[in-house]
Design a protein. Structure first.
Length: 468
């Protein structure tokens, strides 16, 4: 070969030592003839393209590389993190003006005290972005204005810890992935979406509108231990003696395990949307239960019980007072109230305003389903539609009976109430004073109201009523 061909040298090398495109082409661009054939001007370009496409390079690797799971976004400020990790362990308040911090990243292993929240977060009112990933946190409290929070790979073992974040009205991004929370990933996601309503992204994924709807459907309107903790600010269940949750749009109650509420004596759930007693019947220490304005239909539905389980003969075994007023009740039998063996006072009245509103008041015609309630001493049935008193015959233990504004015309069977002390039968349809005379056989009566009945009183009426 001539001098011009001295640069055409065949060489072999590993992939890592192959020169870049322009350098590899440098050796061939001066070649005029190869194996007796003339080298055309475009042959060099075609050769370079074939070489690049058939060999690995950083460019080709990056263009075809991908991962199956995109990691969640994380806040990475290495200079700040390095400084903070190095300096804050000893004298953070002296070394840095805490209220001015707006971004905070504590790298892996910076926090390993599982019993404490990261240092004095209450001293960081301007903290907006924070990452505590890859530590051992079990709780997160005292944050004030954070908008993005990264807590992946910690030791958060309960979704209840997230209640501490509900006060963050501007929190939009949260990462709690890779924590030992005792629920499925989907259940945890719905729980977080339901309770932290300002979130836009969770665990690296945007929150969709259908997920918000699913969370409301699954968790909305439920009185459970999570709701009690949230509303009562982590008060120990065992210390609770009274709980009030009126007007909370409740549809279901599940306080299990009910042993946690061993000292609960009074529960007010009026003006909710409950239709049964399910979730309440095993609160065996409860003494007072208020279920006014809830449209209750039955005591318990079979599908609300665990598989194979049936309610005991006596439920709510300590219950003394039950309020079921203004519930649209027209039949007492489905309520199975005779299972309340200790009940002393039962309120089934309707207010005068509800009488004018169709469907809002009780409409009881017969007092049935109360057989065997030997402890019942007070019964309130005002403003129902009771016509005959024979349906009351089984309630011989009554001491106080309110049955005003019903449709009674006769009082034939009241003589069986030998223990009755107070009787209120005003504003019924009693016309014959002879019906009133039948009450003379009630030896214990101390109070009697007959107001606004269409009675035609004989001359002896005053003398007779003077005895009451």
């Amino acid at each position: 070969m001539g001098e011009g061909c001295s640069q055409c040298i065949l060489a072999t090398c590993t992939v890592g030592s192959i020169p870049d495109g322009p350098l590899s082409y440098c050796g061939s661009r001066l070649l005029k003839e190869l194996d007796g054939d003339r080298v055309e001007p475009g042959d060099g370009t075609n050769a370079l393209r074939q070489f690049v496409s058939s060999h690995l390079s950083i460019t080709t690797i990056l263009s075809h590389a991908h991962t199956d799971a995109t990691p969640p976004p994380s806040l990475f400020l290495l200079p700040t993190a390095s400084f903070f990790n190095k300096e804050s362990r000893h004298h953070p308040i002296q070394l840095i003006h805490l209220p001015m911090i707006g971004v905070l990243l504590l790298p892996a292993s910076a926090l390993w005290n599982g019993n404490q929240t990261p240092f004095a977060l209450q001293h960081l009112p301007n903290l907006k972005w924070a990452s505590f990933a890859d530590n051992a946190l079990v709780s997160m409290e005292h944050l004030q204005a954070v908008t993005e929070l990264y807590l992946s790979s910690n030791m958060l073992d309960s979704t209840r810890e997230l209640f501490h974040l509900k006060s963050l009205s501007q929190l939009s991004v949260l990462d709690i992935s890779s924590n030992p929370i005792g629920q499925t990933q989907q259940a945890t996601r719905l729980f977080v979406i339901y309770h932290l309503t300002t979130l836009k992204a969770l665990d690296g994924e945007a929150i969709e509108s259908d997920e918000i709807a699913a969370a409301k459907e699954k968790l909305g309107g439920r009185l459970n231990q999570d709701m009690v903790l949230e509303q009562l600010h982590n008060v120990p269940f065992s210390s609770l003696k009274k709980m009030d949750f009126p007007n909370c749009s409740l549809k279901h109650v599940d306080l299990s395990p009910v042993d946690s509420f061993s000292n609960l004596l009074s529960l007010n759930l009026e003006s909710n949307s409950l239709t049964s007693f399910s979730g309440l019947i095993y609160l065996n220490q409860l003494k007072i239960l208020c279920l006014n304005h809830i449209c209750v239909e039955v005591m318990i539905r079979s599908h609300d019980l665990p598989s194979g389980q049936s309610p005991a003969e006596g439920v709510l075994r300590s219950l003394k007072v039950l309020h079921l007023a203004y519930n649209g009740i027209n039949d007492l039998i489905p309520l199975q109230l005779n299972k309340l063996v200790s009940l002393k006072a039962l309120f089934l009245q309707v207010s005068s305003g509800d009488v004018l509103m169709l469907g809002t008041g009780n409409e009881i015609v017969l007092v049935e389903g109360l057989d065997g309630m030997k402890s019942l001493t007070e019964l309130v049935l005002d403003r129902n539609k009771i016509k005959v008193d024979s349906s009351l015959l089984s309630l011989r233990s009554l001491r106080e009976l309110h049955i005003e504004e019903n449709r009674l015309k006769e009082l034939c069977n009241f003589s069986s109430f030998v223990n009755l002390e107070r009787l209120y039968i005003g504003m019924n349809r009693i016309q014959d004073f002879g019906e009133v005379e039948k009450l003379c056989d009630l030896p214990q009566v101390m109070e009697l109201s007959l107001i606004s009945n269409p009675l035609a009183l004989p001359n002896a009426a005053g003398a007779l009523l003077a005895g009451y």
